[in-house]
Design a protein around this ligand. Structure first.
Ligand SMILES: [Zn+2]
Length: 407
C-alpha cells in the first residue's frame, strides 16, 4: 500500500496492544509445517524496496523493525517475493521514470549482493527452479502506471528489466486510468490506457488491478487477453473499503482465470478497524493530505505525526484489535465464492499495518496451519500459497509469446 511508512505506526500499535496480546508462540501442527516448508510461498506485494534507501537497513540481516529480511523469510518459509516499485502517484513524467529505474536497480543490486540466498526470476518456471535450488525467488512489480511517464516505450523497457506486473494506478489517477481513491476523471481507462494494457499483455507484464476504480477494473478485464491479478486487495463483502474487491468483481476476475492476492492491512480486512480509523482521520487520502500540509515532503515528519495520531488513538481505545485470523476469513470468502483457484497472498508487508499475530513474515506458517484446520486439501493450500499466481503468470507468458509470434 505504501500510504505512509507504516512500520513505525505498526510498532507503536503493537507496543500499545502488548499487554493484552494473545499468545505469541506459533503453535503450528507438524503436518502443516511440512506442507508449508515444502511449498512455494509467494507474496505478490512487499514494499521492502523502499527500505533499500533507508540508512541502516540490510536485507541480509535480521532487522529489529519492518516485516521482511532474508533471515525472517527463511524462518517463515516465504520463498518468493515481488518487490514493489513505488513512488508518490503525483510524481509524473521523466522524474517518475527516473525514480522507478533507481528502485528497479536497487532490487537487482540487492539480489546480486545476496545471490547465495536470492535469485532474480522472470518466469514461473524460474520461480520453480529457484525453489528447487533452495533459493528465494525475487521478482518485481511496479505499483502505479504513472511510472511509465505516459510513454509506452518505457513500459517495454520495464519488461526488459524484469518487471512482471504493473498496478495501473496508485492512490491518485494516472493521466490514463482512474484510481479507486480519487475522483473519476477518465471513466475508467482512456484509449491510451487500453493500449497500455495491450502492451502489457505483449510484454508478459501482468495487469494488476489493485488500487484502480471499479470502472478501470472492468475496462482492463475487457481489454486484457491474459488473466488479471489483484496483487494486494481484500474482499469488500467483509470490509467495505474501495481498495477491496466486491463479490461481482471477484467473480468476473475468476471467470477470466485471474487471482486476488489478499492484503493483510488492518483497515482493508476489518470493518470495525476501518470505521474507527476513518472516524479518526477522515480517510487515508485525507489524512495524507493533512499531514502533507504540515510536513511537506518530509517523510520522517509524516511518520512522526502519523505515529502521534496512532499513539493517541491507542491510548484512547479508539482503535479495535484485529487478529491475523481475519486474513483467513478473506481467503475463505474467496474460496467459497469462486473456489480455491483464484486466491493467494499479497501481504503488503513493509507498507501496511499488520494485524496482531502477523507482525512479520515469520508468522506465515499460521496461514497454512489455519487452512489445514479448516479442512482445506493440501493441493488447494499449495495453490493459495503460490500455485495460483504461478498459473496466472504462465498464462500471461503464453499470451505474450502468441502476441509476439503473430506480429
Ligand atoms: Zn498499494
Amino acid at each position: 500500500m505504501r500510504l505512509f511508512r507504516f512500520s513505525l505506526f505498526a510498532c507503536l500499535l503493537a507496543a500499545g496492544f502488548l499487554m493484552t496480546q494473545i499468545a505469541t508462540g506459533d503453535d503450528i501442527a507438524d503436518r502443516a509445517k511440512k506442507l508449508h516448508f515444502s511449498s512455494i510461498v509467494l507474496d505478490t506485494h512487499d514494499d521492502t524496496t523502499q527500505r533499500f534507501f533507508t540508512k541502516g537497513f540490510d536485507i541480509g540481516k535480521r532487522n529489529p523493525d519492518g516485516h521482511i529480511d532474508i533471515p525472517r523469510m527463511r524462518e517463515g518459509g516465504m520463498n518468493a517475493i515481488f518487490f514493489s516499485i513505488w513512488i508518490d502517484g503525483r510524481i509524473m513524467g521523466p522524474p517518475a521514470v527516473q525514480k522507478a529505474l533507481d528502485q528497479i536497480d536497487a532490487v537487482h543490486e540487492n539480489v546480486i549482493k545476496y545471490s547465495k540466498d536470492m535469485v532474480f526470476c522472470r518466469t514461473a518456471e524460474e520461480v520453480r527452479r529457484a525453489h528447487a535450488q533452495g533459493k528465494i525467488a525475487a521478482l518485481i512489480g511496479v505499483e502505479g502506471g504513472h511510472m511509465i511517464g505516459n510513454d509506452i516505450r518505457v513500459l517495454r523497457m520495464f519488461g526488459d528489466l524484469g518487471v512482471r506486473y504493473m498496478t495501473l494506478t496508485h492512490f491518485y489517477n494516472d493521466e490514463w486510468a482512474d484510481s479507486s481513491t480519487a475522483k473519476p476523471e477518465h471513466n475508467g481507462l482512456t484509449d491510451f490506457g487500453k493500449d497500455v494494457v495491450r502492451e502489457m499483455n505483449r510484454q508478459g507484464i501482468m495487469v494488476d488491478i489493485s488500487h484502480v476504480s471499479d470502472k478501470t477494473f472492468y475496462d482492463a478485464l475487457e481489454v486484457s487477453k491474459a488473466p488479471l491479478i489483484a496483487s494486494h486487495s481484500s474482499c469488500r463483502a467483509l470490509c467495505n473499503h474501495v481498495r477491496d474487491m466486491s463479490d461481482d468483481m471477484i467473480k468476473a476476475l475468476a471467470a477470466k482465470g485471474g487471482v486476488i492476492q489478499i492484503n493483510y492491512e488492518k483497515s482493508f480486512i476489518d470493518q470495525a478497524y476501518k470505521d474507527a480509523q476513518e472516524k479518526l482521520s477522515g480517510g487515508v487520502v485525507e489524512m495524507m493530505d493533512s499531514l502533507r500540509k504540515v510536513c511537506g515532503d518530509d517523510q520522517e515528519c509524516t511518520e512522526r505525526k502519523m505515529a502521534e495520531i496512532e499513539k493517541q488513538a491507542v491510548a484512547d481505545g479508539k482503535l479495535p484489535h484485529v487478529s491475523w485470523e481475519r486474513i483467513i476469513d478473506h481467503i475463505d470468502h474467496v474460496v467459497k465464492l469462486v473456489g480455491p483457484d483464484h486466491v493467494g497472498l499479497g501481504s503488503d508487508f513493509d507498507g501496511a499495518t499488520m494485524p496482531e499475530g502477523m507482525d512479520d513474515c515469520t508468522h506465515l506458517p499460521r496461514i497454512t496451519d489455519a487452512l489445514m484446520r479448516k479442512g482445506y486439501k493440501d493441493e488447494d493450500i499449495r495453490k493459495i500459497l503460490g500455485g495460483n499466481l504461478l498459473r496466472v503468470m504462465e498464462a500471461n507468458e503464453r499470451v505474450s509469446r502468441e502476441m509476439q509470434a503473430s506480429q
